[in-house]
Write a protein that binds this ligand. Structure first.
Ligand SMILES: Cc1ncc(COP(=O)(O)O)c(C=O)c1O
Length: 370
């Protein structure tokens, strides 16, 4: 059997092992307040890395989004504008607070939410926008911030895939009311399961801290509705180490992505990613676009046979799923989303990919056979 290069893979070493052992030896696996020693160290390390005033660690990216919506007071009947071309948690958490996802189209080049589509979808019921920095590509921060300011809307950045991405030399995570990260094992850094909210707003920070642990203000003083969204110490210990290694990981991803663009940029049957000026992509998912769906499907099949893992994110955008379609407002036909869903695919560029030229060669050979 051919050994498969997975589309993403965590990089874990001795430092992570030692940190986990420290937790096990201490016997302190979690703290009732959610603020164990490693959680605090991880939050501080991540906060400094992003360049933001506050960071709260939670036990998933989904928890980070849900707690953020709760802290911002988004509730029943409130409309929240978001892309259909994303992971389900972006819209699922809006439904969890009783809100209505309003699904809009993407920019066909960046695959991120199109600010013009946001403008067209604003109604008196609109309360917030959730732009997703998709695949590691920052959204158009300036335009989205301008829209939000003009219409008094909250912005929750879904940064689940964008650790280390930059817009105008500032890191994703510091732009909006809150931004939410995920540390699932496929992400640029991992804690197993885990999430983080970053914000410059002290009031929102305090609320999210309370929501993380049953709305508790002080021991046994519960002042609002919350959850158990606490991150275990073992996960926080891994996250603390991973945050200190992130630049090393990103350097390898960038090297692989840039080399792959160089190899593939003159291929007629495929479009390579285009990174806008002023933006640093974090290359969570290296995304290529075939000319048509049949070619995309054939090529990914061929690559899988040659041991190269591929992704088709997101071949079923949320507005095409019955469950979400019935519960969301979908204003236009979302043509760019439908086109991307049919034609894009991803190949591995993660730090454990040592021979990126081989991946390039296999793609070219697959294209020639079509
Ligand atoms: C865009 C996006 N939002 C939210 C999430 C949810 O994060 P988690 O899986 O950590 O709950 C993910 C995770 O895959 C994601 O990719």
């Amino acid at each position: 059997m051919v050994k498969m290069i997975p589309i993403n893979q965590p990089v874990l070493g001795d430092e992570e092992r030692k940190a986990v052992l420290k937790v096990l030896e201490s016997g302190l696996l979690s703290d009732k307040s959610g603020e164990g020693a490693f959680v605090k160290m991880f939050e501080e390390e991540f906060r400094k890395y992003i360049g933001v005033k506050y960071a709260v660690a939670l036990n998933s990216g989904t928890a980070a989004l849900h707690a953020s919506l709760m802290a911002l007071g988004i509730g029943r009947g409130d409309e929240v504008i978001l892309p259909s071309f994303t992971f389900c948690a972006t819209a699922e958490t809006v439904l969890l607070v009783g809100g209505k996802p309003v699904m809009v189209d993407i920019d066909p080049k960046t695959f991120c939410i199109d600010p013009n589509e946001i403008r067209k979808s604003i109604t008196p019921k609109t309360k917030a926008i959730i732009p997703v920095h998709l695949f590691g590509m920052p959204v158009n921060v300036d335009e989205i911030s301008e829209i939000a300011e003009r219409h008094c809307l909250h912005v929750i950045g879904d940064a689940a895939q964008a650790h280390g991405a930059q817009y105008k030399s500032k890191k994703v995570g510091c732009f909006f009311d809150v931004e939410c990260f995920s540390f699932y094992p496929t992400k640029n850094i991992t804690t197993g399961e885990g999430g983080m909210v970053t914000t410059n707003n002290e009031e929102i920070f305090e609320k999210i801290r309370m929501i993380r642990s049953h709305g508790e203000e002080k021991p046994y003083r519960h002042v609002m509705i919350g959850h158990n969204y606490r991150l275990p110490e073992v996960s926080a210990a891994i996250g603390w180490v991973q945050t200190r290694k992130i630049d090393e990981f990103l350097k390898k991803r960038r090297h692989n992505a840039e080399r792959l663009i160089e190899i593939l940029e003159n291929q007629e049957k495929i479009e390579v990613p285009e990174v806008p000026e002023n933006v640093t992509h974090s290359w969570h998912l290296f995304t290529l676009k075939a000319k048509r769906k049949s070619e995309r499907n054939k090529l990914t099949e061929l690559l899988n046979k040659r041991g190269i893992g591929t992704g088709k994110y997101y071949e079923n955008p949320l507005h095409t799923l019955k469950f979400y379609a019935e519960r969301s407002k979908i204003i236009s036909s979302l043509n760019n989303t439908v086109e991307a869903a049919e034609r894009v695919f991803q190949v591995p560029v993660h730090p454990l990919v040592d021979d990126i030229d081989l991946i390039g060669k296999e793609i070219i050979s697959g294209l020639k056979s079509m």
